[in-house]
Ligand binder design. Sequence first.
Ligand SMILES: Cc1ncc(COP(=O)(O)O)c(C=O)c1O
Length: 376
Amino acid sequence: MRYQHLRLWRGVGSTRRFATAVDSAHPYHIKVAKAQECANGLCGAIGNTPLILLGGLSRETGCKIYGKAEFMNPGGSVKDRAALYLVKEAERSGQLRSGGTVVEGTAGNTGIGLAHVCRAKGYKCVIYMPNNQSTGKINLLRLLGAEVHLVPVVPFDNPENYNHQAKRHAESLKNSVWTNQFDNIANRLAHMETTGPEIWAQTRGKVDAFTCATGTGGTLAGVTRYLKEASDGKTECWLADPPGSILHSYIQSNGKLQEREGTSITEGIGQGRITENLARELDLLNGSFTISDIKTIAMVYRLLDEEGLYVGASSALNVVAATELARQLGPGKTVATILCDGAHRYSDRLFSKSWLREKKLESAIPTALRKYSILE
Ligand SMILES: Cc1ncc(COP(=O)(O)O)c(C=O)c1O
């Protein structure tokens, strides 16, 4: 572990210690509730999400298990934070000026976040995505004002992959940026300066452990970096990985293996390589879990039934990992995780009987909770 380096990031890319306005009356110098004051436009409304105590799982484990309600961001996901910081970094570096264009290759929440932020700041937003994505997703981006390019599904090492096409598009324009969410560390900075400090402030500095899954790695790396620094290395930070991702094997083997086993129904998480966002923080992690789709889908339904929380599969996977971590640490501990987005975009799958049957997940849902899968 290299906690001695933890203080180095301060000031990188930002002149502010925390992402939100300082409230000098608060001992942790950060606002903790969204309702406290007015937000300056959509960008000012990103972050400062509630930390929700999950009552049933907390009682069951004897710990306090919290989920950070990232579905309450204006674009509906944790990726709003990354989108804002990617754009702010492009402005700061002079790559993006008034009337400019933001280009990204993304099939998910980052595109939605960028489309919102670009509208709010007056930039053009161009999104490249594989042509096998749902019409709903494409329409949402278009109605948010983004220009969407659908390109053939080819592997990353093919120059026609959607990420490379996005990069070339940005290079062909003046006053334009390819935000490059996977390897642009402004993404991780968003979580070092906002998500991490918020969790620390909301738990009054009493957070024994944090866990979440990774797509780009920005959330896990940024929160880990902040919490390790704030707690002098005491807060345990664990990666939660879906099947099909190489990260669990990489961590378990101390960087020797990069094995992919199985596939997963989760979206936006799981990774086939070590991104720049994750690379710098990997050796701060205490360990990793791999969470099966069976446990994840059961938790989607349990959170809905017990807590009234309508969240997507990556959030449910995170909560399974937080519960396993709580059991491992023993009663009396506080464990936090991320509720990345709502279930709205996935409802036609997660709550469909035929889809669940096709994925062999119907039996994973406790009989009493099957009443929620109302779609054929
Ligand atoms: C639904 C969902 N959950 C989790 C993540 C992972 O977040 P990160 O990219 O910060 O690792 C993403 C990323 O796109 C996502 O869309």
